[in-house]
Every structure is written in structure tokens, then in C-alpha cells.
Design a protein around this ligand. Structure first.
Ligand code: BDR
Ligand code: CA
Length: 313
């Protein structure tokens, strides 16, 4: 089988960084057409810079990185420096990037790429707020039918919320964008907190990254060390969840994951539950399924895949 063509839409973020590294380490499975940055964990100026830092860390400075939307569709930007640090990529000391940022706007790149390729041959992999993807869908509604699949990290059902009691960060930051995406009609796979909270970077898993003994292995160990401090304290778990790499791991080994085809709607009106993913996990409505909502992962298999692939960079 030929490599799956993807666009990674991202707001790095240490876990975004690991997701990107996994994709760039897997050229036989994944063809990264471009990386589009969006404001999220930190403001856009930092996310686009961090995306380039990660490409250079991977030894792939030829990767195309585009800058996208700097704020959500209808709300002020909410960021997460409390989790990811001031730069968004706190932990390792990494050099400023020298590779260029592409001149084209991320939204135009998404639209043009979907139109230039055969229908259903390009997959979108959003790892942050859905502002770039929704803006592309609003500007060019014809692209919805051309998307092979949208595999995104966001939302929660059983785990409910991590930024408010009711909402997961990526969806909370831009619920109007999420609403557009979940209604667009393209096949959607969701990696919610329900699954990412099972992908915990325990001490032995962090040691395995460090034991790779390369620049990438050490950087990944230091990144995951950094956000562990916050997450361990918050969740009282023995490791921090590695959210976004679930998306790129799914592209390589979907058999590690399981879920249900269900209806997912986004709460955009309520102040109390804004950004909640109202997921019909128990099929208690007759609303049609619009997403494969993942609930479980073979966590050992997931971390083995990560260690094996990251060692190739
Ligand atoms: C999501 O929010 C961000 O902080 C992470 O990068 C991840 O995409 C988890 O809620
Ligand atoms: Ca992210």
C-alpha cells in the first residue's frame, strides 16, 4: 500500500511535536504534504515556529510549514501555557528554526491541496483547535466531499473535560469551528480524552524514549518530562497522557484502537458547557452517526510503535 497523504493541522505543544515526529519517522506509511499551524496551546507566532523547530529536529527541513488562523472564529483565544510552558515546547533546549515558513496561508494550502489531488486521497489530521479546517470548509464547501478522512484529537465523553468541567481544550477553544467540522459530512475519527487518558507516559515509557540515545529520543523524553509535572499533579496518575500522537499512530496501526460509530454534536450556546462534545455513545437518540469515536487503545503497543519509529530519526 502506498503512503497515506496527510496534512497535519497543529498547535505545538509537546504532544503535537511527538505526533509530528512519529509521522515524519514513518515515510512508508505517511506522506506529510504539509503542516499547517493554528493558534491554540500558544499564540500562532509560536505554534508556526514550533512546527518548524520540530521538522528540523526530525532532520526534515524540507517539510512545508504554513501559518494559519491566529484566533478562533467567534471567541478570544484561550491558550494553555499552564500545561505546555511559555514557548509551548518547554522542556528541551532546541535551536531556533532556519527553515522557511511557506508564504501561502494555511487555509489556502488546505483548499488547494484537496482540490489538486484526486477526491478521497488526502486525510486531514487536526491536533489543535479546528479554526483552520473550519475556515477552509466555509470558504470552499466543495472540499468536504474530497476529504478522505478527518482524524482529530479532541473532545471527551466519559472523561468529560480538561479545560472546563465539561469541555476538552481543542474543542473548547473554537467550538464554532468544531461544529462546522462535525457537520461537514466527511468521515471523521475522533481521539477524545477517553482514549488519550489511557496513553500515559509512565516512567518506564519515558525511560524508553531516553534510551533511544539520539537527539530526538532525548528531546521527546525531556518534552514528556515537562508536561508530566502538570498532568501528574492534576490527574494523580502515574504518567501524563500523550494525546496527539494517537492520531498519527492510528494512521500507521489502526488495529491498536477501538471505538464506536456514533453521533457527536458540539455545544456552542451554553456558557456552562461550551465546547462539550455531546457524544451519543449509548445510542440513545436516532441522530445519525457522524464519527468513529475511539474509546480504547493498546497502550503498550502504542508506546512500542512510538519508540520503534522515533529511533529511526
Ligand atoms: C489537547 O490540548 C492540547 O493542550 C494538546 O496539545 C492536545 O491537542 C488535549 O486536550
Ligand atoms: Ca495539540
Amino acid at each position: 500500500m502506498s503512503a497515506r497523504k496527510i496534512i497535519i493541522d497543529t498547535d505545538p505543544g509537546q504532544d503535537d511535536a511527538v505526533a509530528i515526529l512519529l509521522a515524519l519517522a514513518s515515510p512508508e506509511d505517511i506522506d506529510v504534504l504539509g503542516i499547517t499551524a493554528v493558534a491554540g496551546n500558544v499564540p500562532l507566532a509560536l505554534t508556526e515556529k514550533n512546527a518548524r523547530i520540530v521538522c528540523e529536529l526530525a532532520g526534515k527541513p524540507e517539510t512545508k510549514v504554513f501559518s494559519g488562523c491566529d484566533r478562533p472564529l467567534a471567541h478570544d483565544l484561550v491558550t494553555a501555557e499552564h500545561v505546555h510552558g511559555k514557548t509551548g515546547l518547554d522542556g528541551p533546549v532546541l535551536p531556533d528554526p532556519t527553515m522557511p515558513l511557506q508564504e501561502q496561508h494555511a487555509v489556502d494550502f488546505i483548499i488547494d491541496t484537496l482540490r489538486a489531488h484526486d477526491p478521497k486521497t488526502v486525510t486531514l489530521c487536526p491536533l489543535g483547535p479546528l479554526t483552520n479546517i473550519a475556515t477552509a470548509l466555509q470558504r470552499a464547501p466543495d472540499i468536504a466531499d474530497r476529504i478522505q478522512e478527518i482524524i482529530l484529537m479532541g473532545g471527551a465523553y466519559f472523561e468529560v473535560g480538561n479545560i472546563t468541567p465539561a469541555a476538552e481544550f481543542n474543542i473548547y477553544v473554537d467550538p464554532e469551528a468544531a461544529d462546522i467540522v462535525f457537520k461537514c459530512g466527511a468521515p471523521i475519527v475522533v481521539m477524545p480524552l477517553d482514549v488519550t487518558h489511557k496513553a500515559l507516559v509512565t516512567k518506564p515509557r519515558n525511560d524508553a524514549f531516553r534510551a533511544i540515545g539520539s537527539k530526538v529520543g532525548t528531546a521527546v523524553a525531556e518534552m514528556t518530562d515537562f508536561f508530566e509535572r502538570f498532568d501528574k499533579e492534576k490527574y494523580g496518575s502515574n504518567g501524563a497522557p500523550l494525546h496527539d500522537p494517537c492520531v498519527t499512530a492510528y494512521l500507521i496501526k489502526p488495529e491498536l484502537f477501538s471505538g464506536r460509530h456514533i453521533n457527536v454534536e458540539i455545544e456552542t450556546h451554553s456558557d456552562l458547557t461550551r465546547g462539550m462534545t455531546v457524544a451519543d455513545w449509548w445510542h440513545v437518540t436516532d441522530r445519525p452517526a457522524n464519527a468513529l469515536f475511539i474509546g480504547d487503545v493498546d497502550a503498550d503497543g502504542f508506546f512500542a510503535l512510538l519508540a520503534e519509529r522515533l529511533a529511526t530519526l
